[in-house]
Design a protein around this ligand. Structure first.
Ligand SMILES: Cc1ncc(C[n+]2csc(CCOP(=O)(O)OP(=O)(O)O)c2C)c(N)n1
Ligand SMILES: [Mg+2]
Length: 361
């Protein structure tokens, strides 16, 4: 059972079990889509169709899908560089993600971001960030902005919460701790989501992090509600995360969750994984979140093999078409380099006298 630091029960509601077959089928399809996207991306990388770095999310699918399912489409999402899944779970079309991977103009960041910088303003997806922990100060900025808009401009109609993801490696970055402190002081509606996949590159969490056996301890000093959640089970992710999300939305108090997961592949494409044993990998592969959820859907929700096969086929088709679409998208021209980098903040004031506090020269 997911336990909170204040001992608040998050069970026995078993929230995911009460959802419709239709909803749970979209979760399964999303997880299959993410897996297929990652497998095909690895191939495209090996075929030199994708450049730069590539960090895949294989094994962690339940985390993005289960948490994003507990959010609304208006809630901002921000994450690190292992970010394709978050964009896809958020609804960014696979072809826009794939074109971004290939550095094409049709990509969701117009080909300027690549694998580590999936942005989609339409879906309130704010990246994709390559510097470990850098998304955390940006995350509290998003939470500050939504709080101001929701409470001051919209008069408190409905509160958005920000989902700020980071890896266990970011746990020891000052940027995360400064952000958590400020979020606490300012009562910002943000959930700090630690995707603990056991490793920061080749460093096991326990080797680099104190209190690694119970990361919710990190929340205590900030006075946050927290929970530790099994990330290999999408229903457990939803069940553990939803009460935290509801409370954050209700109270505007920040929270911290640790979601325990495992990356099945290396850190990036060039990682011989000498820092862990084959036995360990096999133990986690036996807990594959997609296989686990597939079994549940067959046993408890009557999804037949034919239906599952049809879902798999449709996902493969979608990714095949995404690749074809991306390859036809043009490379950006050199002039694109400086476009969309900064906002023209003076635009609205041009020809007027304000704002006066800044020098407009
Ligand atoms: C500030 C900073 N320091 C070092 C790096 C190099 N680096 C890239 S990924 C990474 C490991 C981060 O691990 P974790 O946060 O656990 O994320 P995971 O790769 O497991 O998803 C490091 C140290 C970086 N990108 N930024
Ligand atoms: Mg990690």
């Amino acid at each position: 059972m997911p336990m909170t630091t204040t001992g608040r029960a998050t069970e026995p509601r078993s929230l995911a079990a009460k959802l419709s077959n239709e909803t749970l089928c979209t979760w399964l399809r999303d997880m299959l889509l993410i897996r297929e996207f990652e497998v095909r991306s690895m191939q495209a990388y090996q075929n030199k169709k994708i450049g730069g770095f590539l960090h895949v999310y294989i094994g962690q699918e339940a985390v993005a899908v289960g948490t994003i399912a507990a959010a609304t489409a208006r809630d901002p999402v921000i994450t690190a560089y292992r970010d394709h899944a978050h964009a896809l779970a958020r609804g960014t079309e696979a072809r826009y993600c794939m074109a971004e991977m290939m550095g094409r103009l049709g990509g969701c960041a117009k080909g300027k971001g690549g694998s580590m910088h999936m942005f989609d303003r339409r879906r309130n997806m704010f990246g994709g960030h390559g510097i470990v922990g850098a998304q955390c100060p940006l995350g509290i900025g998003l939470a500050f902005a939504t709080k101001y808009e929701d409470e001051v401009i919209d008069g408190g109609a409905s509160r958005r919460i920000t989902l700020c993801y980071f890896g266990d490696g970011a746990l020891n970055q000052g940027s995360l701790h400064e952000s958590m402190n400020l979020a606490g002081v300012l009562n910002l509606p943000i959930i700090f989501i630690c995707e603990n996949n056991g490793y920061s590159m080749g460093t096991a969490t326990a080797r680099g992090t104190t209190m690694a056996e119970d990361l919710t301890a990190k929340a205590v000093g900030y006075g946050f509600e927290s929970a530790s959640i099994d990330g290999m089970d999408v229903m457990a992710v939803y069940d553990g995360f939803m009460p935290i999300a509801e409370q954050c939305r209700e109270t505007s108090r920040p929270a911290f969750v640790e979601i325990r997961t495992y990356r099945f592949k290396g850190h990036s494409m060039s990682d011989p994984r000498k820092y862990r044993t084959k036995d360990e990998e096999q133990r986690y592969q036996a807990m594959d979140p997609i296989e686990r959820f597939t079994k549940y859907m067959a046993a408890e929700r009557g999804v037949t093999e034919d239906e599952h096969e049809a879902m798999t086929r449709s996902v493969r088709k979608e990714i095949r078409e995404a690749i074809r679409w991306a390859e036809k998208s043009p490379h950006p021209e050199l002039g694109e380099l400086y476009r969309d980098v900064y906002t023209d903040i003076w635009g609205p004031y041009r020809g007027t006298s304000g704002p006066e506090m800044h020098d407009k020269s």
